[in-house]
Design a protein around this ligand. Structure first.
Ligand code: AMP
Ligand code: ZN
Ligand code: FE
Ligand code: FE
Length: 298
């Protein structure tokens, strides 16, 4: 079983439609794909429909933008009911902040002499539910300002660069609570990817467990072998599920090919059991992996 639990489509900042993403996952030899667009369930219906009769199982999820103190934390939420009123309202706030940030970024770029318009961004983005800096990056590429997304981030869009605009997001503990109420399970994406252990130390992770944290994404391209070893030890200590995933964005992010990291089948099984328990506790109509996975012999 090859299980990849973190990938993006054009519903957020991936470059493939959900259907194209599913086809790519089949070609890559995956058995299970988690669709985890930023802050939206928009791509779920198309991806699950595309997966029927392919042999691939799609796990509906999302990567929620949250804050922990001054730090951004990406929270993977698997199988929540996206129509839960509290979760839906919180996600709508984040999505609106993403949309309103686009003209703000464009204005800053224009102030720095770049001839770019909001329409240039809309033209390359193609109507995603969740706008992000990568769409502005793609517009800068289409205008010939930079060669690729990486260069757009390095020169214009990363923190400290002229086009950087902070984005509002929900508080991590609050979001953990909402995901649980919506019957989903929470896994912290690339916990030490960008800032090392500075932002989210072992103690901080332990303190999140009572709020419903169920797992850590240990195997991720942003983690060195040593970071993976340390995070695995923390997960074992706290009895958290360990996942591994590509964080694929189509051609939008290099070195993140589908299946470049995978999740151990036993860990995946645990994640599904926790999701089933969370679903029962919540009383919500939560989604299921599609097509359903064969029951393991007991
Ligand atoms: P945003 O959600 O608008 O803050 O943008 C963050 C997104 O940009 C994340 O999904 C990252 O994967 C992506 N990203 C960050 N840095 C880069 C980069 N250097 N090249 C391509 N994508 C990036
Ligand atoms: Zn992204
Ligand atoms: Fe992320
Ligand atoms: Fe991601």
């Amino acid at each position: 079983m090859r299980i990849d639990l973190h990938a993006h489509s054009r519903a957020s900042d991936g470059t493939q439609t959900p259907t194209e993403l599913v086809e790519a996952a089949v070609s890559a030899g995956l058995d299970v794909l988690g669709l985890t667009d930023h802050d939206t369930a928009e791509g779920w219906a198309e991806a699950t429909a595309a997966a029927v009769a392919t042999g691939l199982t799609v796990v509906p999820g999302m990567e929620i933008s949250t804050k922990h103190g001054a730090r951004d934390v990406h929270l993977l939420a698997y199988l929540p009911d996206p129509s839960h009123p509290g979760l839906q309202a919180a996600l709508t706030e984040v999505l609106e902040a993403r949309t309103s940030r686009v003209p703000a970024i464009v204005a800053q770029l224009v102030a720095h002499g770049i001839e770019i318009t909001v329409d240039d961004v809309l033209a390359v983005a193609g109507g995603p539910a969740a706008f992000g800096r990568p769409h502005v990056a793609d517009a800068l590429v289409s205008l010939g300002v930079v060669q690729h997304r990486d260069q757009a981030f390095a020169e214009w869009l990363s923190s400290g660069r002229p086009g950087h605009v902070r984005r509002q997001s929900a508080q991590l503990e609050r979001m953990l609570g909402l995901v649980a109420e919506a019957g989903g399970v929470s896994v912290i994406a690339h916990p030490w990817g960008r800032y090392g252990s500075q932002g989210l130390a072992a103690d901080d992770i332990a303190a999140l467990v009572p709020f419903g944290l169920a797992g850590l994404e240990v195997d991720h391209q942003d983690h060195s072998p040593e970071v993976r070893r340390q995070l695995r030890a923390i997960a074992t200590d706290l009895d958290l599920v360990v996942t591994g995933s590509s964080d694929h964005h189509g051609v939008g992010k290099t070195n993140h090919e589908l299946g470049c990291n995978t999740t151990d089948p036993e860990q995946f099984e645990r994640l599904l059991e926790l999701a089933a328990a969370a679903s029962r506790r919540s009383g919500r109509a939560t989604p299921v992996p599609v097509p359903a996975l064969p029951r393991r012999p007991t």
